[in-house]
Design a binder for this molecule. Structure first.
Ligand SMILES: Cc1cc2nc3c(=O)[nH]c(=O)nc-3n(C[C@H](O)[C@H](O)[C@H](O)COP(=O)(O)OP(=O)(O)OC[C@H]3O[C@@H](n4cnc5c(N)ncnc54)[C@H](O)[C@@H]3O)c2cc1C
Length: 400
């Protein structure tokens, strides 16, 4: 495993750092650093800045409008974004549906959808999970019946992240029940959210925000040309996407950023009391988190070294997902503990009434640590729960 970057790679790292220094907007930076949710406009503005730089699609080949970067360049780029605590590119378009369309879609679909995904002019969401079909996704029931020139879609998708902003949704749907294996009756459909019969119902998370939703389909007519690839092959396409989703979940650089924030915060006295770091038990927990993070970093680098010589990410992506989210949640807990009573849960709307005009920007991170703590319980559930990832490791790594 060679983890020494070449002169060109170091120059590239410097280029990314300079870009972040010059182009990362101050108002978005302040929100990120204070743990304030970004608005739809903030997210699109940032994505368009990356697009204008030619850096929207770091995982796409050049012929499709991507950067064509090597795995090491992608690693450096994502590391620098994390280290600056800059927002991630939203995954649904560029990381999820884009690669499915350029790999399995037809020429017309590529022409129609890829440019708007790159420029963030169309917002996508992911319609896989259903009430009763999450871990056991192959049991999904949303039905798409072929009728003349369209499919008639009926059913419900759930936990659909940011569907309230979405223009389009990509869905796994059941086109046949008359198959030997459940997976063979599943197809991959692209659905315009403006089609009559599509409705979005918010699910408010414990931190008081609308991040996820239910999406209902009632007699929704979807043109046949919105089918990706072959009917009945949706499961194969969808699985490719999930492996990619998991490799991005280690978030080492962002966790390092948060660890440094934790050390800074816990090293200070709160209202005249001793700093948390003076408590040996607290310091021991910080050290344990740091050790886990270092081990994760080396595991990720080992995976990178394999991918750099052309191997596909295998069950390692499950290990990275389990450990990456474990470290995130260790840090959530420690940041909460370090904030002490400033971390008491609060209702953002009430707070914003009392302190209007973002007065708390730059000072509110401690108070928001409770919101982050509650919100981020999700990390060990989405993208395939950690228990399911452990099953994958047991089967494919340990051979159990
Ligand atoms: C914040 C958030 C955002 C999400 N965004 C999206 C999205 O945009 N689009 C989308 O399609 N989905 C999304 N999901 C759904 C996510 O993929 C599912 O929640 C996840 O796959 C788990 O499914 P489930 O919620 O139905 O739980 P279940 O599958 O019912 O699992 C319940 C519990 O049982 C455990 N369990 C289940 N089966 C096994 C087993 N065989 N062995 C051991 N333990 C098991 C699970 O680990 C879990 O703890 C999101 C989820 C969350 C929390």
């Amino acid at each position: 495993m060679d983890i020494i970057f070449s002169a060109e790679e170091l120059a590239f790292q410097q280029e990314v750092r300079t870009f972040l220094k010059e182009k990362y907007p101050d108002d978005i930076r302040k929100k990120q650093d204070s743990g304030i949710s970004l608005s739809r406009d903030d997210m699109i503005r940032w994505q368009k800045i990356l697009y204008e730089q030619g850096w929207a699609a770091v995982n796409w080949p050049v012929e499709n409008g991507g950067t064509g970067w090597s795995p090491i360049q992608r690693y450096i780029f994502e590391n620098e974004i994390g280290a600056a605590n800059a927002p991630e590119f939203l995954p649904f378009g560029v990381k999820m549906i884009g690669p499915i369309i350029y790999t399995f879609g037809n020429d017309e679909q590529k022409r129609r959808f890829l440019p708007d995904i790159l420029s963030s002019d169309v917002w996508w969401c992911q319609g896989y999970s259903e009430p009763g079909s999450g871990s056991d996704l192959a049991s999904l029931k949303t039905k798409a019946e072929r009728q003349g020139d369209h499919y008639l879609v009926n059913g419900t998708k759930t936990w659909t992240t940011l569907a309230q902003y979405a223009d389009w949704i990509f869905c796994l749907v059941r086109t046949s029940s008359d198959v030997a294996r459940r997976q063979e009756g599943i197809s991959f459909l692209l659905i315009d959210m403006q089609t009559p019969g599509v409705s979005v119902k918010p699910i408010i998370t414990i931190d008081g925000v609308q991040e996820i939703n239910e999406v209902h389909f009632e007699n929704v007519e979807v043109p046949l040309e919105n089918l990706v690839g072959e009917e009945g092959k949706g499961w194969t396409y969808g699985k490719v996407l999930l492996e990619h989703e998991r490799t991005n979940m280690a978030t080492v650089a962002r966790s390092e950023y948060r660890l440094n924030r934790l050390k800074e915060q816990a090293g200070q006295s709160v209202h005249g009391g001793p700093p948390c770091m003076d408590d040996p038990n607290f310091a021991r927990k910080v050290a344990a988190a740091e050790i886990e993070l270092k081990a994760l970093e080396y595991t990720q680098l080992r995976t990178l070294a394999a991918v750099a010589v052309g191997k596909a990410p295998g069950p390692e992506s499950s290990i990275l997902k389990i450990k990456g989210t474990l470290v995130q949640q260790m840090l959530d807990e420690l940041l909460l503990e370090a904030a002490g009573y400033y971390a008491l849960p609060y209702v953002p709307d009430q707070y914003d009434l009392e302190f209007p005009n973002s007065e708390r920007i730059g000072h509110g991170a401690e108070t928001r640590s409770s919101l982050k703590y509650f919100n981020n319980r999700k990390a060990s559930i989405y993208g395939g729960s950690n228990e399911i990832q452990k099953n994958v490791v047991a089967k494919h790594v340990l051979g159990l």
